[in-house]
Design a protein around this ligand. Sequence first.
Ligand code: SF4
Length: 128
Amino acid sequence: MNKVRRQIVKIDEEKCNGCGKCVSPCAEGAIEIVNGKAKVIKEELCDGAGFCIGICPTGALSLETREAVPFSEEAVKKAQAEKKEVHIEIQKCFNCNNTEMNAPLIPCRKEGESLWVCTRCLPVLIHG
Ligand code: SF4
């Protein structure tokens, strides 16, 4: 497949501790833990949106622009259909424990920690 110059997630293996927190924010299923380290398993599954970045506690994730296989919605659908068991860890708002099933969650940083905050709590945290 022809490569194109585009934005894609970069994983610093030296910094990655294999905690797996970046797996579920990736709706496309591009990241898996392989031998204790996060990996983009197929370039065509990573859309380069970067929803995984804010949740990484060690700063191992970033975006880079390089030659890569183009993102493919078709490849995402195929990969999701092939997965026999999809393990999704339900995330919670650090402030009220609301789950992502009740309100959209947004990754944020607080006192050196990567956390999720729900859209109900966010205005209060911004405006007090
Ligand atoms: S969240 Fe960060 S440290 Fe944890 S597995 Fe993903 S890249 Fe590694």
